[in-house]
Design a binder for this molecule. Structure first.
Ligand code: ASP
Length: 426
């Protein structure tokens, strides 16, 4: 049985257990809740997430030093960086536009009452600080704190310097290449835990989902899902077909594992190591593109989050009966693109940066109280879209740089993990 199928079975079993536990209506103090759901299963799920997070900093650092050092010149790095960032911004702006249009057509906020609960927004980061935070003062501190953009900047600089350092650079580069191999092996080992990890994560989550809250604002919930699906099927497929000349169905079949992990963990950051492995070994994107584009995308590219923010903005405007002008919608597109850059790749942060968007156009941040209760399930779905967006852009940039190995892409078994073989060391 392939790992993908095992993960899928883990997900389905987790959802089933969660739904049954919820249907059984056990009290918080019931022993099954304390030792089962909040004990064993919660610990199992968190250990799995931690084992993925463990990989993020060392992997990005090692892999990106390899990539940048073999790109050679800094102009190569610059061109690649420019293209990747431009595509990331473009897909995000498209995502919000899809969300705004759909929300305006469906009008999910009509007939919904203003919330009774108050909402105290967490402070959104200041834009100036967001920019300054890209530049590290101390690479070790950046790694220790997991500041991904700072790690990226340092790794890029180190890689470029290695390429320019003659034989000394060559020796260190060879060492980084070896380390990279070892890191990839480690991910391949850890991802074998995924079927059990997603089972634990989803059984805990689905035992806690408030279905009644979802029903109350079902139109909002479904509008976000519809916009996510449209973006996934129409926008990404068009980019893949027109810009990358890649069959979208084949592509999606290759990215199922990171999609499922993103859904289960609601964290594109934790999924990142698996995304990177998939992009390199299942799709065939050269390490020089993947090592830069994937971690950058996991950090700044959040199309699914932007979609939720677009729908939420229209929804809240409708609940408060505030008409937004065309220029305000344009402002929403701009600020939600910025907000998606500033959103950390962990669960639930999209709602915090939504305050930035709402306050830009003068909408009440209390509106978030209306949607916070249904956000987790949407977070899982939008994170899956965030991750697919990273893989689509990485592949498109690789095609434009002639760095996609189509024999890997077209081989259904390339990079596939077959657990039994893996265990035997094959
Ligand atoms: N959970 C999302 C991610 O990790 C971010 C968010 O929308 O809250 O990509």
């Amino acid at each position: 049985m392939t790992l993908t199928i095992r993960i899928l079975l883990g997900m389905l079993a987790g959802i089933l257990v969660g739904v049954v536990v919820q249907a059984a209506g056990l009290q918080e103090a019931h022993w099954l809740q304390i030792y089962g759901i909040n004990g064993l299963l919660d610990v199992g799920g968190q250990v799995f997430i931690r084992s993925l997070q463990l990989m993020v900093v060392p992997l990005v650092f090692v892999s990106l030093v390899c990539g940048a050092s073999s790109l050679g010149t800094d102009s190569g790095v610059g061109r690649l960086g420019g293209k990747t960032i431009a595509l990331y911004l473009m897909t995000t702006a498209l995502a919000i536009s899809v969300a705004l249009v759909l929300a305006l057509v469906i009008s999910p906020g009509e007939g919904i009452d203003k919330p009774m609960d108050t909402f105290v927004p967490a402070a959104a980061p200041e834009f100036k600080q967001v920019i300054l935070d890209i530049f590290p003062t101390n690479p070790v501190a950046a790694m220790a704190a997991g500041k991904m953009l700072q790690v990226i900047v340092f790794a890029l600089l180190l890689g470029v310097a290695l390429a320019r350092s003659g034989p000394s650079g060559e020796r260190i580069r060879a060492m980084f290449n070896d380390l990279n191999e070892v890191m990839m092996k480690l991910i391949t080992m850890l991802i074998q835990l995924a079927p059990y990890g997603v089972f634990c994560l989803l059984s805990v989550l689905f035992s806690q989902i408030g279905w009644d809250r979802i029903v109350k604002i079902l139109a909002y919930f479904l509008t976000v899902i519809a916009a996510l699906l449209i973006h996934l099927t129409v926008v990404y497929s068009s980019i893949l077909m027109l810009l990358a000349r890649v069959n979208p169905i084949l592509f999606i079949s290759k990215v199922r594992e990171p999609m499922m992990l993103a859904f289960s963990s609601a964290s594109s950051g934790a999924t990142m190591p698996v995304t990177l492995r998939t992009v390199e070994e299942r799709i065939g994107v050269d390490n020089r593109v993947a090592a830069f584009a994937v971690p950058l995308g996991a950090t700044i590219n959040m199309d699914g989050t932007a979609i939720m923010q677009g729908v939420a903005t229209v929804f809240i405007a409708q609940v408060w009966a505030i008409d937004l002008s065309l220029s305000q919608y344009l402002l929403v597109i701009l600020t939600a693109t910025m907000a998606s850059i500033g959103t950390a790749a962990v669960p639930g942060v999209g709602l915090i940066t939504l305050t930035m968007v709402l306050s830009q156009v003068g909408l009440p941040v209390e509106g978030i109280a209306l949607i916070i209760g249904v956000d987790r399930l949407l977070d899982m779905m939008r994170t899956a879209v965030n991750v697919v967006g990273d893989t689509v852009v990485s592949t498109t940039v690789a095609v434009s740089e002639n760095m996609l190995d189509r024999s890997v892409l077209n081989n259904p078994d390339a990079g596939r993990i077959i657990p039994d073989n893996e265990a035997r060391g094959a």
